[in-house]
Design a protein around this ligand. Structure first.
Ligand code: ADP
Length: 421
């Protein structure tokens, strides 16, 4: 293991894991700090998903330090602290406090902070963060319910969150390339800076910054900051060529589609799959509540299908969802379905099913928890943002594609299986 990362939320962790995987690192994503006996040897990079973006700063620091210690003990030579590309934080943190604690723990003179993600319209220029054509403070982020961002000047924003001196490396240096960025880092250290915001307006900028930061033990930023880091390890002879890391193999066994997302994209994907002949059973929360549908009845139905890959779905249009919620309560309706789909997944795994395509963020969480999956190796991307993964549990290992509701094109449920081959 070469590179360890700590992400302050789950989808952010997947985003970073995918970036590292695309750049040719065998990447494992772990939910929460890896357990003491975790086997790091399967990965070049390990991304720990925390849920620390909006918790109390002290707790975010404690969790992040704990994760960093495990990653370093596992072999990590460099740590990434990953946060949102819109710098989601409050005047109390948690970006400043966590970065400060990590840079102190690692005994580093300087770290950098760069949330730029040009592919998604997040760019940093003269220390100011843009979302598309708008300053962060003019974007919808100004009204975010938990982390309203009312100042686009990241030097000022970050300085408010930390007692470390915050400086700036502008695009003037970044445009000249890695050597100029390294000089700018030295100049910043000379001025007493401990964290520098670094401008980046294009992927090539991020690659130059990554190259310049080869010797930094701590790097902080959005997922884009990881673009240039794998190449550093490759240059140092520590990482195999990109092609050699593409060794994804899905465990052999039957396959199933489980959909609990009611979002428009998922409903289109369900329709496309049914139109193409996919055998499907629709779950009704009211029938589950009445005991007419159970995990056993669903598993029996699945086991009786002989053609293709069957689909179990509860996805319904807004009017049906409203009726179920009215009868059962909003939370109860959701829980009942999540619980049933998780139990179906457990039952099918016990019957030898090894490939699960799950639609829905909360639904995926319930299935992953039900199956007891703690760590997943990132595999090939099916559609942007959704990779196949393989859980790391020896003979109980399963292939999982976890799709958040609105992701994926209409033929996602059909195409995913071709990618897993
Ligand atoms: P998404 O990623 O699209 O937001 P989620 O799985 O996160 O999907 O959320 C969908 C929620 O809706 C889950 O809690 C799920 O159990 C619930 N749900 C699924 N089907 C129904 C239904 N027919 N009626 C009411 N709630 C439902």
């Amino acid at each position: 293991m070469l590179l360890g990362a700590i992400a302050d939320d789950l989808t952010g962790a997947t985003d970073l894991a995918l970036t590292l995987s695309r750049e040719g690192m065998k990447t494992v994503q772990v939910v929460g700090a890896p357990p003491e006996d975790f086997d790091f040897s399967a990965a070049d990079a390990v991304v720990v998903a925390l849920k620390s973006r909006t918790i109390i700063a002290d707790e975010a620091v404690r969790l992040s330090l704990d994760a960093a210690r495990r990653l370093i003990a596992g072999g990590a030579e460099q740590i990434i602290f990953k946060y949102c590309s819109t710098f989601d934080s409050t005047p109390e943190g948690n970006i400043g406090p966590v970065a400060e604690a990590l840079v102190d723990m690692l005994g580093e003179k300087l770290t950098l902070a760069c949330p730029a993600f040009p592919a998604n319209g997040r760019t940093v220029y003269r220390g100011h963060l843009f979302v598309g054509d708008l300053l962060l403070s003019d974007s919808t982020m100004k009204d975010h319910p938990l982390t309203p961002m009312r100042d686009a000047n990241l030097v000022r924003v970050l300085q408010q969150q930390t007692k470390l001196q915050v400086g700036l490396v502008t695009r003037d240096a970044v445009a000249k390339g890695a050597a100029a960025v390294r000089e700018a880092f030295d100049a910043a250290i000379g001025k007493g800076d401990r964290i520098v915001i670094v401008d980046a307006i294009a992927d090539q900028d991020l690659r130059e910054i990554g190259h310049a930061a080869a010797d930094m033990k701590l790097i902080t930023g959005g997922s884009g900051i990881a673009l240039g880091l794998p190449e550093n390890f490759r240059r140092a002879g520590k990482l195999a060529p990109v092609e050699a890391t593409r060794s994804f193999s899905a465990p052999a066994g039957d396959a199933i589609i489980l959909a609990g997302s009611c979002s428009a994209a998922t409903r289109r994907q369900i329709k496309t799959a049914i139109d193409a002949g996919t055998a499907a059973i629709k779950l009704d929360p009211l029938e589950i509540a009445a005991g007419k549908t159970s995990a056993e009845t669903v598993i029996d139905w699945v086991a009786a299908q002989t053609e293709g890959i069957p689909m179990v779905y509860s996805s319904a249009d807004p009017e049906e969802v409203r009726q179920a919620q009215q009868a059962l309560g909003r939370e109860k309706a959701g829980e009942i379905v999540e619980h049933l789909l998780a139990n179906v997944a457990i039952g099918l795994r016990d019957r030898g099913y090894r490939r699960f395509l799950v639609a829905g963020g909360e639904t995926s969480g319930a299935v992953v928890q039900g199956l007891g999956v703690e760590a997943m190796l990132i595999g090939p991307e099916i559609d942007p943002g959704v990779p196949w993964t393989v859980s790391l549990e020896g003979d109980r290992s399963v292939a999982l594609a976890l799709k958040s509701g609105n992701f994926g094109r209409d033929d996602f449920f059909l195409k995913a299986w071709r990618v897993a081959r």
